[in-house]
Structures are given as C-alpha cells and as structure tokens.
Design a binder for this molecule. Sequence first.
Ligand code: UDP
Ligand code: MG
Length: 318
Amino acid sequence: MSKISVLIPLYNEKECIQNLLKEVYAVMENIKREYEVVIVNDGSSDGSEEELNKVLKEYPNLKIVHFRKNYGQTAAISAAIAESEGTILVPMDADLQNDPEDIPKLIDKLEKGFDVVSGWRRKRKDNFLTRVLPSKIANFIISNISGVKLHDYGCSLKAYRREVLDEIDLIGEMHRFIPILAHWKGAKVSEIEVIHHPRKMGKSKYNLTRTFKVILDLITLKFLGSFLTKPIHAFGGSGLGLIFISCLIAFFTLYQKFFEGAYVHRNPLFVVAVFFSLAGIQLIMIGLLGEILSRIYFQSSNRKPYSIKEIKKSEKEK
Ligand code: UDP
Ligand code: MG
C-alpha cells in the first residue's frame, strides 16, 4: 500500500507544536498505514526550533527540516515535498486551523481515482471582511480564469499523488495553484468539504494584501499556462491588431487631407496612427524576445513542453 506523507510548513508557531503533533499522530496511528510526518521550520525566530528538536524524541516517523531563514510557505512546502518519501502527500497548516480528522477522508477520495483532492473550508472561521470575503472573490475569479472549478484554492489541506507534483515547479507563492497546474498537465482534480477552526494560538502570517498578490500570481500563471511555448501569439496578436487600427486611421487622415483639406500636421488623428504603429511594433518585438526566452528556458532546463502519463512497449518476444 502506498505510504502517506503529511507535510507541514511551520513559521513561528511554538505554542501550536505540542497539540499539532498530538492530533496528527492520533489520526495517523488510526489509519493503520505506513506514514511519516515532515515538518519544515521556515526560519522561525520564536523558539519553535528548540521545541521541534524536543518532540523528535517523542514521536516516530518524524522528519524535521530547519531552514536558515524565512523563505515563505511555498518554499517550505516545496522542501517538504522534496524531503518526503510517501507516494501520497498531504500538506496542512501547523496552526490546527485544518483538522487532521479530514486526512483519511482526503485519502479515501484520492484513492477513488483522483490525482489531487483539495479541501474546501465551507464554514471558514477567519475574519469575514479582511479574509473570507476577499478570498471568496479571488476564488470566483480564479476558478473562472483557470477553468478548474474549485471553491477554495487557499485551503492548505489537500492530498496529492506524488507523480503529479514531480513535474511542477513551485516558485514564488504558487502553492495554492498546484491543483490548477496539475489540471493543466492532465491530472484529475476533485474537492471535498473540510472542517476549519478559528486560530486558537499564535498569529496569522497574512493579511488583506495577500488577495492582491494572489490575483497577480494568477495573471502570471494564466500567461505561463497559455503562452509559455508561444509568446509571440500573446504579444504579436495585439501588436498586429494595433498596426491594423493604425493603418485604418492613417488612411482616414489621407482621406481628410485630399477631400476635406485637413493637413496632417494639424490633424491629431495622424499622431494617434503613428503611436498605434509604434506600440504595435514594440509588442511584436516583445513577442519575439519572449520566443527566444522560451527556447532558452526549455533547452537549458531539459524541460519538456508536454507531460507523459506512461510509455508502453510491446510485450511479445522476438
Ligand atoms: N507559514 C510558513 N512560512 C511563512 C508563513 C506561514 O511556513 O512565511 C506557515 C504557517 O506556520 C502555517 C501556514 O504556513 O502553518 C499558514 O499560515 P497562516 O496560518 O498564518 O495562514 P492563514 O491560515 O491565516 O491563511
Ligand atoms: Mg492558519
């Protein structure tokens, strides 16, 4: 049976550590499967490090990675994935806002034939104005733009098959978009409702500004997803459009010159035509630069612009 890895990014959560491990281990011991817990201490400065080193003596199957400094939740999750051995990966928060009781439910769903199962904090217990409302709006936009219909991308509690993650680079703050990246590579994505608790100890590491960062990340993601292999289509299209509009305006100014006597140096439309042409040429140039960059990216990283599920060979001997 496949081994389960619970992955926990942790930053300044000293007060939570004891309860966290108690609750997670109670659930994992009950599942009666091979498992491990990987905690990444993301450069905590509140004594979490000492506390974590203490619990190493109390719990089995526990691996702790200490970062030198604070790199952020995505980097911590990424390190946890790299250091884990399981074939089913379950990330969750350290502050027990997620409930470990949901882990077996996520795994059940995953084993019904999905590659990613995302948690949905239907009854979210955070501040409504600064957290819940902005997140509802962001989730609505993300689900429409990405084409992956989930209710709650921000929920940390999810379950993944390892193969899906192996092909995904986690850069910046992209961890909440893993289901989308996975879907674009052909993974089967699903969702179940999970319990959410108010934060009882410690402080949240995020505030309202995160919503704006999430929207910017989404634009990046959409762009990379649709145009990484063909940037000239993204920029060149609008470039050609602008040049076309510029030609129409230029012809109109010619018409005005010959039939209405409006000379170009007195006609602001002519300047508009010149401006549109220049902007159009610039956009096409940016597209061409993008093409060069995209080639460098794929060649230097040995990455493939496609994702293979399986390769089979004939089983008949010659
Ligand atoms: N976290 C982290 N590095 C950071 C910020 C947060 O590892 O730079 C961890 C944090 O310890 C927690 C999880 O990421 O386990 C989610 O953070 P938080 O609970 O503050 O987010 P919220 O639930 O308020 O969205
Ligand atoms: Mg939290």
